[in-house]
Design a protein around this ligand. Structure first.
Ligand SMILES: [Zn+2]
Length: 42
């Protein structure tokens, strides 16, 4: 997944954001930002 650092636009493939015309950056899916392994319980 790639996201635009400007507006947060997300795309599956790397490229430029159609709105900002800036190179999108890769977002690591496996990054350990979530401290809790517990998901939201709805
Ligand atoms: Zn953008």
């Amino acid at each position: 997944m790639y996201t635009c650092p400007e507006c947060g636009y997300a795309a599956e493939e790397n490229g430029k954001c159609p709105a900002c015309d800036v190179t999108m950056v890769r977002s690591d899916e496996g990054e350990a930002e979530k401290q809790n392994g517990e998901e939201e319980n709805l």
